[in-house]
Ligand binder design. Structure first.
Ligand code: URA
Length: 434
């Protein structure tokens, strides 16, 4: 077999065998297939796609290219959650303690932010002292004793995906359904859960801009999960505007804590309840979604979920006083108000532009190794459907560098569309694929 033959076969729209996919992927990981041939292969997949069986093999090969985490010593079903990435998406910070406080163990490996989307690990690091790297033993121990651990992905989790993703990122081959689905699912399979709940974002701030392509991506991921024997379900959720009212790092932790206190924005709380209900059902904590929703809402109302978050912070060496004193979160005191250029209703928001605006302030990374500023971010005062007067603030930027402020503010003003008529409201969950 030669890389050339496999590239040509895919280029000519033929189906690849497991051996051919393995030859390319592992050859690339081992350095036997050079970047230029792998890039050509990825471009061939981009245009010709992969069928269900090819995706299944690609996922399996990438998952097994590194550590396969064994969670079997933790009693009960382990259910993971994954979001395809959005703006203001602090769901894990709220959802993990909520479901853990309902008796479902959470052994979570999360990522860092890249581009216009944020990452859970960066957000958690804005809690003073919080450690996002634990030894394997400590990670397992915390889940067994406390029912919760949230850490960064280990370096050897699906290394084939890591290497291929870096190449996709520079060769315009990220946004292809087979490649996205196998990339995400390879990491989920390697992370060892028994069940997987996927939050597939759809809208201006997501990879998938329309419901049709989001449904196709969800279908591809659910099929891969099920074929690997994992109970898998996907919710299609709205990302036509940021989730909640904050975008950044420390500022999103603040909002997550408020949400756990029952004082958060409705879209965030509802999304956590919907994702959590699917997790509790798969995890057999609840037999149906309605009772799962009730259990989750009561975990917030009784303060159980908030106490679980306090416990998570303590067992990962963070300062849990942030729960009672939000001023311990370092949010930049330098603020700038972005004003509405006209009166009317917020008709739409370009969530991607708002994500980029936050990144420009320093809250996100342009390149993988960039250092980010955890103290900056955006506080939205107006979202889709809200009435607004000319000159009224749309949002507040927390910034630290005057230089970065102007570009960010210009971007955000362009992200809002204000019209004379009130737009129709959109539900946070737009569909379910199972
Ligand atoms: N997230 C991933 O992990 N992989 C992709 O390909 C896209 C988003």
């Amino acid at each position: 077999m030669r890389p050339y033959d496999v590239i040509m076969k895919k280029r000519n729209n033929f189906k690849l065998s497991k051996e051919e996919i393995k030859y390319m992927v592992m050859g690339f990981v081992n350095g036997e297939v050079p970047d230029y041939q792998m890039a050509a292969f990825l471009m061939a997949v981009y245009f010709r796609h992969m069928d269900e069986e090819e995706r299944y093999y690609l996922t399996e090969i990438m998952a097994k290219s590194g550590d396969m985490i064994d969670l079997s010593s933790i009693p009960g079903m382990k259910v993971d959650k994954h979001s395809t990435g959005g703006v203001g998406d602090k769901t894990t910070l709220v959802l993990a303690p909520m479901v853990a406080s309902c008796g479902l163990p959470v052994a979570k490996m999360s990522g860092r932010g890249l581009g216009h989307t944020g990452g859970t690990i960066d957000k958690l690091e804005s809690i003073p002292g919080f450690e996002t790297t634990l030894s394997k033993d400590k990670f397992m121990d915390n889940v067994k004793k406390h029912g919760i651990a949230v850490v960064g992905q280990t370096a050897n989790l699906a290394p084939a995906d890591k290497k291929i993703y870096a190449l996709r990122d520079t060769t315009a081959t990220v946004d292809e359904i087979s490649l996205i689905a196998s990339s995400i699912m390879s990491k989920k399979l390697a992370a060892g859960a028994d069940g997987i709940v996927l939050d597939v974002k759809v809208g201006s701030g997501a990879f998938m801009k329309d419901i049709g392509s989001a449904t196709d991506l969800a279908r591809a991921m659910v099929d891969i999960g099920k074929k690997h024997g994992k109970e898998t379900v996907a919710l299609l959720t709205n990302m036509d505007e940021p989730l909640g009212l904050t975008i950044g790092n420390a500022i999103e932790v603040e909002e997550a804590i408020k949400t756990l206190k029952g004082e958060g924005p409705k879209d965030l709380e509802d999304l956590c309840v919907e994702l959590g209900a699917q997790m509790l059902k798969i995890g057999k904590i609840s037999s149906d979604l309605d009772s799962a929703r009730k259990i989750l809402r009561s975990s917030v109302n009784t303060g159980k979920a908030l106490e679980k978050f306090r416990e998570l912070i303590e067992i990962q060496n963070g300062n849990s006083e942030v729960i009672d004193d939000l001023s311990l979160l370092k949010i930049s005191p330098k603020t700038y108000e972005v004003l509405a250029p006209r009166s009317g209703y917020v008709h739409s928001m370009n969530a991607e532009k708002i994500g980029i605006s936050s990144m420009l302030l320093g809250a996100g990374r342009v390149h993988k190794n960039d250092k980010i500023d955890l103290s900056v971010g955006i506080r939205l005062l107006k979202k889709v459907g809200d009435p607004v007067e000319s000159g009224e603030p749309l949002c507040i930027l927390h910034y630290s560098s005057d230089e970065k402020l102007k570009e960010s503010a210009d971007m955000i003003v362009n992200a809002y569309t204000i019209k004379g008529v009130k737009p129709k409201s959109v539900e946070i969950v737009r569909g379910v694929v199972q």
